[in-house]
Design a protein around this ligand. Structure first.
Ligand SMILES: [Zn+2]
Length: 87
């Protein structure tokens, strides 16, 4: 099942346990990068241009489920009892 990345107005929610904050994400992407090496040979990637990105799998960190990760609005969840003020 394809999962969409959350944007400025949405977030993920696990439909099994209600987790809103912790997910294991596997994604693949194609990117053009500018690698700048120091004289000593230490690389630093100074520019990244992502040309495509796919989310392959999102799994709930709490219950491990990956089949019911849903996008929900960020706002209007303030009354939710799910992990308010977690660590
Ligand atoms: Zn869960």
């Amino acid at each position: 099942m394809a999962v969409q990345l959350p944007d400025a107005n949405t977030r993920w929610r696990c439909g099994h346990c209600g987790n809103l904050t912790r997910f294991d994400v596997v994604r693949s992407r194609t990117a053009a990068e500018y690698w700048h090496f120091t004289i000593g040979g230490e690389p630093e990637i100074e520019e990244v241009e992502v040309s495509s990105e796919d989310v392959e799998r999102v799994a709930c960190r709490w219950c491990g489920a990956s089949d019911r990760i849903e996008l929900v609005p960020r706002h209007g969840l303030e009354d939710s009892p799910a992990e308010v003020g977690g660590p």
